[in-house]
Design a binder for this molecule. Structure first.
Ligand SMILES: C[S@@+](CC[C@H](N)C(=O)[O-])C[C@H]1O[C@@H](n2cnc3c(N)ncnc32)[C@H](O)[C@@H]1O
Length: 385
């Protein structure tokens, strides 16, 4: 009975005693000298300072932790300014550290840790970093009007600037509603990225993701390349395999792209997505749904009858890939298209209204099934291969 009562207390004390190192103030000395301000609009911060032990033992290294990830620091940088002639602390001489850390938007906690040889990491400093994303997005240049019109259908700078941030935020929200842990998504491809509208937003919002973009329009790819440092953007070709090895991505998203492609091209692309996405990875796709029925039925003779029969309607298919070519497809048609994937979530614009992900378009999130042989390689079904 006594043991029943004292056991939790004993466990707590035992855990405390096992704590790696608890230096007293008289044993550990440090200063974080840089940055001066912890409120920033930058996506990366250089953190610098010095630290050493006053008990004549030596530190073996320093690291930073932020957002659940660890960043080793350069430690042992010469600091002649800290040692005087005949100083009692020779360890101060090489006690400088320097580490660059990514900064996500909003609030995050940075921890600085040090270690002695063969011991455990000890946290010696903690700082709160606040990043204002709206300021940072203004640092990414706006594309020229001509390119903006080509991808967004307008050249309203304010509208374009706003949607760069709110589009990715909406995608994040949708992924969370679908029960997807965004923290597990490392490699993301923006397929048909245009002039990097959403890539610019991701750059500002989610630096833990490695960002990739591709588009078949070389002019748009050149613009992204020159203006979105930190994003790898490549050109792909209609009907050809995507320029990525199998299993490259955790998430591929395509916003207002299927809405301009023939069914044949869509089928070939989905087969390529299945090859390029990891098993268990996701595709986020938008398409014209119910809010477009009336308007697009009217553009084709017997449009409604054709759509009800096949679930698909297309206009100006000779201009495939451009905004002149448009498609209308039923949810069943899209689900049928995504062979090798399971539908996780369908967001109907008719129910939730317009969002900055494709305006009045519907969104669907699919998850890649494992291949039956357990590998992540499938044959690309492209017409020119
Ligand atoms: C309406 S824009 C949308 C651009 C971007 N997703 C956005 O929302 O800002 C369609 C984009 O898809 C690209 N595109 C169309 N077909 C493509 C294909 N088969 N492969 C790669 N890109 C394609 C176009 O060049 C264009 O940039």
């Amino acid at each position: 009975m006594v043991w029943k009562i004292t056991k939790p207390l004993w466990k707590l004390l035992r855990r405390r005693n096992r704590h790696p190192i608890q230096y007293r103030n008289s044993e550990f000395s440090y200063t974080v000298e840089w940055p001066r301000f912890w409120k920033t609009s930058r996506t990366k911060l250089l953190v610098e300072g010095w630290c050493f032990l006053l008990n004549h033992r030596e530190l073996a290294g320093v690291r930073a932790q932020i957002g659940g990830k660890v960043y080793p620091a350069q430690y042992g940088i010469k600091r002649p300014d800290l040692t005087r002639e005949g100083s009692d602390f020779p360890a101060a001489r090489n006690s400088g550290f320097s580490v660059e850390v990514p900064v996500i938007s909003g609030r995050s906690i940075l921890q600085l840790e040090a270690i002695e040889e063969g011991d455990e990491w000890y946290c010696f400093a903690e700082r709160e970093i606040v990043r204002d994303a709206t300021k940072a997005i203004d640092e990414v240049p706006l594309p020229p009007s001509r390119l903006m019109v080509a991808v967004a259908g307008h050249d309203d700078d304010d509208e374009f600037r706003r949607s760069r941030i709110s589009g990715p935020k909406q995608m994040l929200k949708d992924l969370a509603i679908a029960g997807i842990d965004v923290g597990q998504i490392a490699d993301v491809l923006d397929f048909g990225c245009g002039c990097g509208r959403f890539l610019a937003g991701w750059l500002v919002l989610q630096t833990h993701m490695r960002l990739y973009g591709c588009d078949y329009n070389p002019e748009l790819v050149r613009w992204c390349d020159a203006n979105l440092p930190g994003v790898s953007v490549r050109e792909n070709q209609l009907g050809k395999p995507l320029p990525y090895p199998p299993g490259s991505f955790d998430l591929i998203y395509l916003i207002s792209v299927m809405t301009h492609l023939t069914l044949r091209e869509q089928q070939q692309l989905v087969s390529e997505f299945r090859r390029a996405v990891r098993a268990g990875g996701y595709v986020y796709v938008t398409f014209h749904g119910e809010p477009f029925y009336e308007q697009l039925f009217a553009r084709v003779e017997n449009g409604e009858e054709q759509f009800r029969r096949t679930g698909f309607l297309i206009g100006a298919d000779e201009k495939e890939g451009t905004n002149d070519c448009w498609t209308l497809q039923s949810p069943e048609n899209v689900i049928d298209l995504f062979q090798g994937f399971t539908l996780i979530k369908h967001f109907r614009a008719s129910e939730r209204g317009p969002t900055d992900v494709g305006s009045w378009q519907d969104s669907m999130i699919f998850q890649a099934k494992a291949f039956s042989n357990g590998t992540a390689t499938a044959t690309a079904g492209c017409r020119n291969t």
